[in-house]
Design a protein around this ligand. Sequence first.
Ligand code: 8YV
Length: 326
Amino acid sequence: MPDQVHILSMGQMMPAVDAALAQDFVVYQAGSENLASVVSQFGGVIRGIATRGRQRTDAALIAALPKLEVISNFGVGYDSIDLAAAMARGIIVTNTPDVLNEEVADFTVGLVLSTIRELPQADRFLRDGKWLKGAYPLTQTLRDRTIGMVGMGRIGRAIAKRIAAFGVPIVYHSRKPQDGVDYRHYPDLKTMASDVDTLIAVVPGGAATKHMIDAGIFAALGPRGILINVARGSVVDQNALIDALRDGIIHGAGLDVFADEPNVPLALLVLPNVVLVPHIGSGTHHTRAVMGELVVDNLRSWFAGKGPLTPVAETPWPKTCKTKSA
Ligand code: 8YV
């Protein structure tokens, strides 16, 4: 059937997403084990990609799909897609902004409190029968802290709104001051780190932010310092973080993201002063369902000739690119 649109679905979408895609498209499922063979067999007809971002949509993959028009990413972060290669071909990239802001912000507050008040460690203490022998040691507090937001985009603002309700001071670092944000802005991250004791990283991943939180930032943050990372593992120099946690350069960390997911180094696993969770910030039935709908709706809209619903900022839409599909 010549009218059918062929789609590559990468990285185990949710069953509901797969089912919705299958209603409208001919779908080729591909994981790391069969991507090469799927592409060599069907690469010539594939016009869209739905991806969870676990595998890179790199320049080689894009080059192997001559009819590719649109890449629909499940997630707000799209650092797994080679944007330059997509843009060079005028390929539309979409993501799932806004629909996860409140969920990730709720989660981040939970991770902040869990890390400062050591909730997972206290849970283990109780389960191990240690309460029978004595009380859990006293912990750090949020009460005397100043929060430095690393990034103040849509999710950052939702986090700051919640943290503000706790009555603690908030400042932020971003390249430019953000319109409508009254918190003090620091153009320099290191200066902010030396003025605060708690960092919450919520910036996009990619080359521009790679290892922006490094040994120098940990030294500036100091021995009461706590790092919360809900952004991307690449934002933090993970080896420097392990050294800083082990050597008492900072006090602790709460991490939802890692340098080489799902691999987390033993050196991190054995540290008592870190809360580790497996990239679950948006991971609820409710929010993942809405994100999945947006992945599908972007593809449907594009192939119905109505353009993308949520193109990423860099994508050539609507300025230079006309809808390719009728
Ligand atoms: C994704 C995320 O849902 O939105 C993002 O950028 O990191 C998550 O919320 C997840 O990575 C999809 O697998």
